[in-house]
Design a protein around this ligand. Structure first.
Ligand code: CUA
Length: 383
């Protein structure tokens, strides 16, 4: 009996504690620990309205608590409280005060909107990226460099990044919580988002998400903005532009990679996916599917769902629906429970060969591994 009463009294505090336990100011998707002036301005605006709301909360809750206590029913007291009507001072007060609060919120809000949301004209110093949202991945095209890639947006420190946003199908929303607020990708409408990447921005991967419900695999429509120093970014661009710097000659490749190259065409991968023609001779593919040029340089697969390793790539190729339900990647072989163990072993070898071929694209012997990359605000392995 006694413990029941205790539980009832403690329940609200326990509930509040549990709710607060879900709060976190840090982490790879924190909008409170941010990088760069755009996210900083948005964070400052949030903090200003947050602190401004505290006196309002304290005043309202305080008045309610005082009145409830002061005018509580007393035992044996049957009299009706003193009745009043109209009070000019109070009425003017509670008209003016909210107006002042609205002004205090509106002025910095409008100012922040005008500084961060305005459309800017690109200069030659800016990095322009055309972003196209697809169900459920991202196409990143760098028109200044002739680079087309997917799901990983590389950018050097000290750059103004200008993103031209569009969608190939339904509404999506581009969101890298640590760098800037969300912006929608709308079919047939050119939206723009610009982000200042400071000279001293921490090097590593900033996690991004589609923030507009786009059906199916929406929750798996992730991406990364990878901030690099200028040399690394230059080397990355060069890997796309200069076939001589990446002599991934098939003659030098391992037998497994050569087999994977052949299977990549035989299994029909080239019907959808382009791989840079300089090294492989493959020019076919459909621009409406992820371009796999220099695929080995990517740190993740399936729109940042898994780290890009041989093991994960095999998992993805063998049964894409198990990794990312509803995605449009076809299942290229009968599933393990539909074939004999012997046949399954053969299939697994084909899968491993294609994975090895894909991982060899753009990779030299000392390339970084997916686990080497720093996740800003998080642990390696976060996605
Ligand atoms: Cu794209 Cu949600």
């Amino acid at each position: 009996m006694a413990s029941n009463r205790w539980l009832r009294r403690a329940a609200p505090a326990l509930l509040l504690g549990l709710l607060l336990a879900g709060c976190e100011t840090e982490g790879p998707r924190s909008t409170l620990e941010v990088v760069g002036p755009v996210a900083q301005a948005q964070r400052d605006l949030f903090m200003w309205t947050y602190w401004l709301s505290w006196p309002v909360v304290l005043l309202v809750v305080g008045v309610i608590a005082y009145v409830l206590w002061k005018f509580r029913v007393r035992e044996g007291d049957e009299t009706i409280p003193h009745q009043t009507h109209g009070n000019a001072v109070l009425e003017i007060g509670w008209t003016i005060l909210p107006v002042l609060i609205v002004i205090a919120v509106a002025v910095p809000t409008v100012r922040t909107i005008f500084t961060t949301e305005n459309r800017v004209e690109a200069t030659p110093d800016d990095l322009i990226v055309n972003v196209t949202g697809y169900q459920w991945w991202w196409r990143f095209e760098y028109p200044q460099y002739g680079v087309v890639t997917a799901n990983e947006l590389r950018v050097p420190q000290g750059t103004r990044l200008i993103l031209d946003l569009n969608s190939a199908d339904v509404l999506h929303s581009f969101w890298v919580p640590k760098l800037a607020g969300k912006r929608d990708l709308i079919p047939n409408q050119d939206n723009q988002l610009w982000i200042d990447i400071p000279e001293d921005a921490p090097l590593g991967a900033y996690l991004g998400h589609c923030a507009e419900l786009c059906l199916g695999a929406h929750a798996y429509m992730r991406f990364r903005v990878i901030v690099e120093d200028r040399d690394s970014f230059g080397a990355w661009v060069e890997a796309f532009q200069d076939p001589v710097s990446q002599p991934q000659q098939l003659a030098d490749a391992t037998e497994q990679v050569q087999r994977g190259y052949a299977l990549f065409a035989q299994k029909g991968c080239t019907n959808c996916h382009t791989v840079d023609e300089y090294r492989t001779g493959l020019t076919v593919g459909d621009p409406d599917f992820p371009d796999l040029t220099n695929f080995g340089l990517r740190t993740t697969i399936a729109a940042a769902v898994l780290p890009n390793t041989q093991e994960n790539l095999e998992r993805w190729l063998r049964d894409p629906q198990a990794v990312k339900p509803t995605n449009y990647m076809p299942t290229l072989w009968p599933l393990p429970d539909q074939v004999s163990e012997e046949r399954n072993q053969e299939i697994q070898e084909e899968v491993a060969a294609i994975a090895a071929y894909l991982l060899s694209l753009g990779i030299d012997s000392n390339a970084q591994q997916p686990d080497d990359i720093v996740i800003i605000g998080g642990a390696n392995g976060d996605r």
